[in-house]
Design a binder for this molecule. Structure first.
Ligand code: PLP
Length: 412
């Protein structure tokens, strides 16, 4: 089905102006195909410059965990901004120290220490550097870093190299050395490459960017076992799966594993840029003073926002809510897939959900859902992806299912 946007564009002069500025001045990296311009948000809804309301089921790609304009987050950000936004890491600041203590406890790692930065890529970059520095300072340098095919770890040169999808790294050669990719969920392949020269194994508990692929429990256990046998550092990238997204604070808690390092970002400060790398007490001394740093990382504004998010999680028991809402959404979608042959499979955990379509019509389904007032993501041609705010209300599910039930036969 083709959707004609020409009418919509002429009805929204602000959108028209913004699109022409973007086309002329913004770096052409996104290939944006959704012609709406966001003006504001309220709870689980976004409102565009033409005044249309959309239920936000993609949540800024797993970022807007508290939805939009959440009063506790707004209050914390405004309060901190009127006090001090930034002061450099030459000095201590209160929110940074408090956030480090909170994340250390929430990580579940032994004697965990925290490094704060500004994005998921930076958190993973810090994790990879820490793993290398850990062996360097031991006087036994190791460089080999193992990651999975179809993984996603970020856009810096090191993290794009760790990312097991050449489409992200090909234009940027020469890439950093020492990175090896193995098929995800393949225990034998992992066993063949992890040895005494291995510096780190980095994995996601659910591969988000390649279409919501869940790790098998035995695979993660095997990865941990191989790391323990060889002393390689075990890194879990929780940038997307963390912050309660899957129904536990960290997705790795669904399994009987304990990584050495975990990384967080996306939802951590509810939309304010932040990243965190948390390492256990054995690994953290791998960084010596001067080895790593960040100008913005751990600044009072971002940390105050993160603390407000964590406080709200506790007060509203949001991780448990995400688990319940996610179970209901997955169940409703699974029931829909039994009535609708257009759906091949529904996968996911908590509020991290992929709807795999039988035919390559995901972009059309996404466009039709937009028309119906729902914002969703898509991966390639076959996958619709949902990463809604954790505050999503269960009452939003039936209307969404009805819209999807009406749209699927029309477009596929
Ligand atoms: C989004 C994402 C990243 C990169 O985060 P940025 O903030 O975009 O740098 C890394 N790992 C995973 C699993 C992600 O989903």
């Amino acid at each position: 089905m083709m959707i004609d946007y020409s009418e919509k564009q002429s009805a929204d002069p602000v959108l028209e102006r913004v699109m022409s500025l973007d086309e002329r001045y913004y770096m052409p990296v996104f290939g944006r195909r959704t012609p709406i311009c966001i003006a504001k948000g309220e709870g689980a809804y976004l409102i565009d410059t033409a005044g249309r309301r959309y239920l936000d089921l993609i949540g800024g790609i797993a970022v807007n965990v508290l939805g939009h304009a959440h009063p506790a987050l707004v209050k914390a950000i405004c309060g901190q901004a009127s006090s001090v936004i930034h002061c450099s890491n030459y000095y201590y600041n209160i929110p940074q120290a408090e956030l480090a203590a909170r994340l250390s406890a929430l990580s579940g790692l032994q004697d965990a220490r925290v490094f704060l930065c500004n994005s998921g890529a930076e958190a993973n970059e810090a994790a990879l550097k820490l793993a290398r520095a850990y062996f360097y300072h031991k006087g036994q340098p190791r460089s080999k870093i193992i990651s999975a095919l179809n993984s996603f770890h970020g856009r810096t040169l090191a993290t794009v190299t760790a990312t097991g999808q050449t489409k992200y790294s090909e234009p940027f050669a020469p890439l950093p050395e020492g990175f090896i990719h193995v098929p995800y969920n393949d225990e034998e392949a992992l066993k063949k490459v992890v040895d005494e020269k291995t510096c780190a194994v980095i994995l996601e508990v659910i591969q988000g960017e390649s279409g919501v692929i869940l790790a098998h429990r035995s695979y993660l256990e095997q990865a941990e076992r191989l790391c323990r046998q060889t002393d390689a550092r075990f890194i879990i990238d929780e940038v997307q799966t963390g912050m309660g997204r899957t129904g536990k604070f960290m997705a790795y808690e669904h399994h009987e594993i304990k990584p050495d390092i975990v990384t967080l970002a996306k939802g951590l400060a509810g939309g304010v840029p932040i990243g965190a790398m948390v390492a256990n007490g054995e690994t953290a001394p791998g960084f010596h003073p001067g080895d790593h740093g960040s100008t913005f990382g751990g600044n009072p504004l971002a940390c105050a926002a993160a603390l407000a998010v964590l406080d709200t999680y506790e007060e509203s028991d949001l991780v448990a809510k995400a688990k319940r809402t996610g179970e209901q959404l997955i169940q409703s979608l699974t029931q829909l897939s039994e009535r609708q042959t257009a759906i091949l499979e529904v996968r996911g955990m908590g509020l991290m959900i992929g709807i795999e379509l039988r035919k390559p019509c995901a972009p059309d389904v996404k466009a039709a859902l937009l028309e119906a007032g729902y914002l969703v993501g898509s991966v390639g041609q076959h996958m619709i992806r949902l990463l809604p705010p954790l505050i999503l209300d269960e009452s939003n599910i039936p209307p969404f299912i009805s819209a999807l039930e009406r749209i699927l036969p029309e477009v596929s």
